[in-house]
Design a protein around this ligand. Structure first.
Ligand code: SF4
Ligand code: SF4
Length: 412
């Protein structure tokens, strides 16, 4: 839960209510290991905690996935050296598990390794360290500003007299509710605008000889007053990048759902078909499309549930208008397309009597039009050009290239 609109205890009530519903089966810590079929008839194989496997046939699927908060680079901000330095997610875990130790002053530092200039000293270091092509060091993670308000409130709840400083580059708070919370908190929390996180090098102020739990000292340039400010604090909470998680990516690969360049799930069409994944009857909510605040996640969940219910209530659906078609007279039954189709949309039709040659069947490939996603792989690999996707033939592409070239010449 990123911000403060839906407290955990309210969610627990919802969980309890649905636990009692006999139509809902909850499978915690299970893993989808195999996936096939098509809209209205998806087949899922699930590995149980005990190692056993169960198969489930479903008409439609809603994916409500999460994200992952990356830590800072090694040694950066004294992270990993001082237990007083933590990410926002780690703060939340501590708070949820056992509450907070006594805090008299806290600093929450936003935009750590986010919205970085590619020239900045941490840009390549962070990306190289985590080796993830999806780590969004140049983007805004969308939820950290709201999370900082929640964390400030939680610290205040348990430490009434604590001084809290939120250091920000810009406060990105969407929606009137969050703006309202921000305005109210300004009475108790000091919001200061800083220049660049790369210039902040915290120092550990040793305490009791160990130094590990010592106070942290940071100094930074305050933009509005153009002054250098130094702060000592008991904890330093860092808003590091939030990116797609490996589990979410694994799911996208298994379900063959397209992801965008940052590894988040892509909608079929953000304006015309929001919440529809790139596969029929699979819908999206939560933070699988980008890190979202809970109010948006809840709206998306309601929308996805409505779309899934509509799909099932319809009782039928139309496949894609243009899918792969196989010319059976040309097909030599080599099996290349069957091997390469990522959606397992092609099989041999050995039953067809009119293909019997002598005493054996000549295998012919056949496309299931409800599974085919018109990706074109089979068409480009068939050795005898037996496969076409209407309007995606060589002529269509040559025309497209020609038009593009013409446009270029005209300077378009
Ligand atoms: S790749 Fe072409 S020839 Fe080979 S099985 Fe498929 S359609 Fe037939
Ligand atoms: S176009 Fe793509 S999805 Fe359709 S049958 Fe060919 S390889 Fe499979």
């Amino acid at each position: 839960i990123h911000s403060m609109q839906i407290p955990m205890d309210k969610l627990q009530d919802i969980y309890k209510k649905y636990d009692k519903n006999k139509l809902i089966t909850k499978l915690d810590n299970h893993k989808i290991v195999k996936f096939g079929g098509f809209a209205g008839n998806y087949q899922i194989k699930i590995q149980e905690k005990t190692g056993g496997k169960i198969s489930v046939d479903v008409g439609t699927i809603i994916i409500a996935g999460g994200t992952k908060q990356y830590p800072p680079a090694e040694g950066q901000f004294k992270y990993g050296i001082s237990s007083s330095v933590m990410t926002q997610s780690e703060f939340q875990e501590k708070y949820d598990k056992k509450g907070l130790r006594k805090i008299s002053r806290a600093v929450i530092l936003l935009c750590v390794n986010q919205r970085l200039d590619p020239e900045s000293k941490y840009y390549s270091q962070v990306r190289n360290q985590f080796g993830s092509e999806f780590l969004t060091t140049s983007n805004c993670s969308n939820v950290c500003c709201a999370r900082s308000l929640k964390i400030a409130k939680q610290i205040k709840e348990q430490n009434e007299n604590a001084e809290i400083f939120v250091l920000y580059r810009d406060m990105q708070l969407t929606g009137g509710k969050l703006e309202q919370v921000y305005r109210e908190l300004k009475n108790d929390v000091v919001f200061l605008r800083y220049d660049s996180a790369a210039e902040i090098e915290p120092k550990i102020i040793k305490e009791g000889g160990s130094g590990a739990n010592g106070r942290i000292y940071i100094s930074f340039n305050e933009v509005n007053t153009k002054t250098k400010i130094g702060l000592e604090a008991d904890i330093l909470v860092l808003a590091t990048p939030i990116a797609t998680s490996e589990k979410t990516l694994d799911l996208a690969r298994l379900l063959k759902i397209r992801t965008e360049k940052y590894g988040f799930f892509q909608e079929e069409h953000s304006k015309v078909l929001p919440l529809n994944s790139t596969r029929k009857a699979i819908f999206l909510c939560g933070s699988v499309q980008w890190p979202n605040n809970p109010d948006l996640e809840v709206s998306q969940a309601l929308g996805a549930a409505m779309k899934a219910a509509n799909f099932l209530a319809e009782g039928y659906y139309e496949g894609l208008a243009e899918v792969a078609e196989i010319d059976k007279d040309k097909c030599i039954g080599c099996g290349t397309c069957i091997r390469l189709c990522p959606y397992k949309a092609i099989t041999f039709n050995i039953e067809a009597k009119h293909y019997v040659f002598g005493d054996r069947n000549i295998r012919k490939a056949e496309v299931n039009p409800l599974i085919c996603q018109a990706c074109g792989i089979c068409m480009s690999e068939c050795p005898v050009n037996a496969i076409i996707i209407p309007n995606s033939n060589d002529g269509a592409y040559i025309n497209m290239i020609a038009q593009f070239a013409e446009g270029k010449e005209e300077g378009n």
